[in-house]
Design a protein around this ligand. Sequence first.
Ligand code: PEP
Ligand code: MG
Length: 474
Amino acid sequence: GRSAEAGWWEAIDTAAHAQEMLADRLLAERAADLRDVGRRVLSVLCHIELPEPPAHPYILVTEDIGPSDVARLDTAKVKGLLTERGGATAHSAILARALGIPAVVGAGRAVMALDNESTLILDGERGRIIPSPSEERLTRARQTLRALEEREANAWSRRFERAATRDGHPVEVAANLGNTLHAADAVERGAEGVGLLRTEFLFMAHSSAPNLATQTNEYRQALEALAGRPLVARTLDVGGDKPLPYWPVPQEDNPFLGLRGIRLALTEPGVLETQLRALLLAGAPREDGLACPLRIMLPMVKDVAEFRTVKAIFDRLMVEIPADERATDVQLGVMIEIPSSALLAPSLAAEVDFFSIGTNDLTQYTLAIDRGHPVLSAQADGLHPAVLRLIQMTVEAAHAQGKWVGVCGELASDAVAIPVLVGLGVDELSVSARQVPLVKARLREFDLNDARESARRALAQSTSDAVRDALEAN
Ligand code: PEP
Ligand code: MG
């Protein structure tokens, strides 16, 4: 007794809902495709023309977007991204940043009521949008854009200078990569190394786990392009919002608190061992004798026990593989992204070679806010004093044992946070390759003493808003 349109939509909605319930998150996310097809058929039934993407550059407004959809965006056309849901440190936002697409995410339901073809100012830096702006506002926005372009051009011209504060305190600036093919591009942008290679993206690009030879070649490619600069490769960090189709994880109520990162990897130690072996083989000295500094780090470590399990495999491989066939300049470290490992940093620092602080997850777990949460993620600010205290503890513990500390979360490229991180004693900042020149330029704007003062002031606050106010007031 219902109309064809109603029947059709009910069928699509039921099927999409069933798909959303699948344990495999990648398949579950594809429910969006089913709804998309459903909407297209519905528009034909209702004689409504759906908008086609415009031929000119535009801002894409959408409910939500997955990392793989962001990777497929046409960057020549999509000049901005605005989503109803999602968080600034969710992997889709990180990818948008890597592609240089300004984005405002998790902006709320109201954005879906914006009119097609209307004018919109989107300020990704401040996370603001201005719909139907006045001429005056548009003029101001154009001026801001020109000033930004100028700042970028200046930073670009000095991108190969060594990264240091105004008074010469060195801070290494490296690049975060998801694809080894982009290592040469990172060097061209002034990166002093790769500070985070998210190897799970290499695994996602294959339909089954890449074998030893494939992995060795991929890592070798990055090391060749880096020509003696260090490569920090993170072992497979699958789970949470990064599912791997051929490594399904049983349905979990809280995937971010579940089988993720090193926990998942240790359920299949053979896969981890192959990855470690490939990294070590790829790090063998080059034919021209140039060293290939290799730093291997483990994701989602909660205490020293997980590190020791992997270290045992690592040590065995170092003995098994003849010394002239593997990396010699090699370090094994851990990511600090769970509060327990920051609190226990002294016990970890005694055994690891280095720390890299993943502020995206560290913030998520410290503040108990899902990094992709549609409403709350705006409050998940890495400049929260609780997160800063954990960073302080981590750096102090590492330096007491002569170990170095990097920051590879999105906070490392936040212009307000950079002096605080330097003031806390962080030795390396690893950021999206595009941000490298700007981060180097930011470092040249202050002295080490200013940075220490910023850190001191930030630590004295009790909320992240108070931290930002205190730093911006200066
Ligand atoms: C982090 O958590 O800060 C991090 C760098 O790792 P990922 O964003 O890949 O989880
Ligand atoms: Mg992380």
